[in-house]
Design a protein. Structure first.
Length: 140
């Protein structure tokens, strides 16, 4: 089985809080960065989505913090889509130090928004598949 998609990110000093560890909101930014990276690597660009009148939306995110991160740490942020038959899908992500230490687990529920109607579209899996040049990265 192939390793899950991931991107490497360095923890920068300005992302830390007064305790010296990574600010909680930055975990969300790292996860978002990995989600856009997997879409781009699968062949889907933000402009492609906009031209089709759709855009991904986050509906719910749960973060489980496991170990602190500090300035200078290098982390790998994974991203994997879990598809269903409805209008939503799940995204499972981990943030791990390069030594393998699990720093956080994130689970999100997402959908594709019709940018004119402002409603979720039916069949996001099929929409992503039709736009991707490498749908396998998205588990399609």
């Amino acid at each position: 089985m192939a390793d899950p998609f991931s991107v490497r990110v360095g923890v920068r000093g300005y992302e830390t809080d007064t305790q010296g560890h990574l600010n909680q909101s930055v975990y969300l930014q790292y996860a978002e960065h990995a989600r856009w990276a997997i879409l781009q690597d699968s062949g889907i660009k933000q402009n492609d989505l906009r031209e089709k009148g759709i855009g991904p939306v986050a509906l719910e995110t749960t973060i489980r913090y496991k170990r602190e991160l500090v300035a200078g740490d290098q982390v790998d942020v994974s991203c994997s889509f879990v598809w269903s038959d409805g209008k939503t899908f799940r995204i499972e992500q981990t943030i791990r130090k390069t030594d393998g230490t699990l720093a956080a687990e994130l689970t999100s529920v997402g959908g594709l928004l019709d940018l004119k109607l402002r409603k979720l579209v039916t069949g996001p899996r099929e929409r992503f598949r039709s736009l991707a040049s490498d749908p396998g990265l998205l588990g399609l």
